[in-house]
Write a protein that binds this ligand. Structure first.
Ligand code: NAD
Length: 460
């Protein structure tokens, strides 16, 4: 892994940043004054250079609902990981994680279930290296920043934060404390996404011009969740926010194909429009039980959100979001270059240099391409990843890579700047929609530092 150079530089940077870290610990500025801090402080080395290696990774789980329980199950397959503690105010969820540890023959974790702030007990412990945060969205920022200030690496579910201020605060806290802050974008480890990355790195598509990314997944049935379950907290966002609420699954891979936030390009501006908001109002009226509180909400978030991003080099990315309309699942996963195109769902490609590019290479013919361009990570761990499960293996590979990086003291495959940029589509699309589709500008979370960050290598 070759993002930033040497261990000596890492140590020097850590020393430099410890003063800033202490300042944060003793006088944590609120997210609302993030703008003032930003203008004062240049980017520092932070955790991009890696952190001190650990031989065995001791993990605290924050939130063990639907997603967190998958992380628990997969981490329990790893001999070099110990789940030390679990915080979740929903007692059955925490107990399910405890039972999973016992069933796996591993030490049982300490449970913190008293209230929403049980996670702070995990942060007080000195036997925890990292936390995995799989709680509802509003908790990602406070739990992530507090974890880093307490000296833990923070691995946070998608999206990283909800507002630009939250994202800035996560970036700056990671820099100041030299703790990793990686968003858990598992799709970047999907088999086809990794192959596409490899194809892009081998220059099969020439100069990359345009990408398309999406999260189109009919999740209306989650509106039935009341009291507990994903829909119990996620549904209300469709009644109070606008734009693309969940941009990173399709976008993360496309951004890495294009090397954005690395070397010479990054997101520049975005325009966004939303369709009328009809589907959830209809579903509430026709399908929800009379006493379901989601019946009473006025769903205002457009059913289908479309944003167009222009990068600094003038490349374009269409990002769509729709969890409301009846339609098969897609993340689009399209990348177009001067020499060809790959398109997902189902995966197919056309390459000018390979002959007839007017027709897709797909189905069985795709197997030869897979043979040649399968990403080395998938060759190395694909079999165990598929056996482990979790979105076809991507979840396992992501977690395995995180553990490997922590053990080696390497930088993560996704920097905090990437996580922040990808997540920024959420607040920026809302702003653009509310301003009639006016262009909005992305912050450079790295403050110019992206120019020194090399493209993600094809890791073996
Ligand atoms: N990457 C993916 O493929 C993927 C898939 C699904 C969900 N997610 C993300 O995972 C996160 C969780 O989603 P989910 O579907 O598991 O939701 P969920 O409701 O099933 O689980 C959330 C859990 O967090 C707990 N919780 C609530 N407040 C908490 C607090 N203060 N501290 C600790 N725990 C708390 C809840 O009791 C619940 O058990 C979300 O950020 C979501 O976007 C990611």
């Amino acid at each position: 892994m070759t993002q930033d150079p040497t261990r000596r530089e890492f140590l020097a940077a850590t020393a430099l940043t410890s003063a800033a870290g202490a300042a944060l610990l003793h006088g944590c500025a609120s997210a609302s004054d993030g703008a003032a801090r930003r203008s004062r402080r240049p980017a520092v080395s932070g955790p991009l250079t890696g952190a001190e290696p650990v031989s065995r990774v001791r993990v605290g789980m924050i939130g063990t609902g639907s997603r967190g329980s998958t992380h628990v199950r997969l981490l329990l397959l790893m001999d070099d990981v110990e789940i030390v503690a679990v915080a979740d105010p929903h007692v059955p969820s925490a107990q399910r994680a405890e039972k999973a540890c016992a069933d796996a023959g591993k030490p049982e974790p300490t449970l913190y279930t008293d209230d929403d702030h049980g996670y702070r007990k995990i942060l007080e412990r000195d036997d925890v290296d990292a936390v995995v945060i799989s709680s509802p969205w509003k908790w990602h920022h406070p739990q992530g920043t507090e974890a880093m200030r307490a000296g833990k690496h923070a691995f946070i579910e998608v999206p990283l934060g909800l507002s630009l201020d939250e994202l800035w605060d996560l970036v700056e806290t990671s820099e100041a404390t030299s703790r990793h802050c990686m968003m858990l974008e598992n799709v970047n480890y999907g088999r086809d996404e990794l192959m596409t990355l490899n194809l892009c790195r081998q220059n099969v598509f020439g100069e990359l011009l345009h990408g398309e990314a999406a999260y189109i997944h009919d999740l209306r049935s989650q509106m039935n969740d009341v009291g507990w379950g994903t829909g119990s907290w996620r549904t209300a966002y469709h009644a109070k926010t606008q734009g693309n609420l969940y941009p990173t699954h399709g976008l993360g891979p496309v951004a890495q194909y294009m090397n954005l936030d690395r070397t010479d390009d990054r997101f520049d501006t975005l325009v966004s429009y939303s369709s009328p908001a009809l589907g959830r109002n209809l579903y509430a009226k026709n399908e929800l039980a009379e006493d379901n509180p989601h019946r009473k909400l006025d769903y205002t978030c457009g059913d289908l959100s479309s944003s167009l991003i222009r990068t600094q080099l003038g490349r374009t990315i269409l990002v769509q979001y729709d969890t409301t309309s009846p339609r098969p699942y897609t993340r689009h996963n399209l990348i177009q270059g001067t020499g060809g195109c790959l398109c997902g769902f189902p995966t197919r490609l056309a390459v000018e240099a390979w002959g007839d590019y007017h027709h897709w290479i797909e189905g069985d013919a795709l197997d030869e391409v897979r043979e040649k361009y399968e990403h080395p990570l998938w060759k190395r761990m694909g079999r165990e990843a598929e056996a482990a499960g979790g979105h076809g293996g991507m979840d396992y590979i992501m977690l395995r890579r995180i553990i490997e990086c922590l053990k080696n003291g390497d930088p993560m495959d996704q920097s905090v700047y990437e996580g922040a940029s990808w997540s920024a589509v959420r607040p920026l699309s809302e702003k653009s929609v509310n301003n009639g589709g006016a262009p909005v500008t992305f912050p450079d979370f790295s403050r110019g530092r992206y120019r020194q960050i090399k493209p993600l290598a094809v890791i073996a």
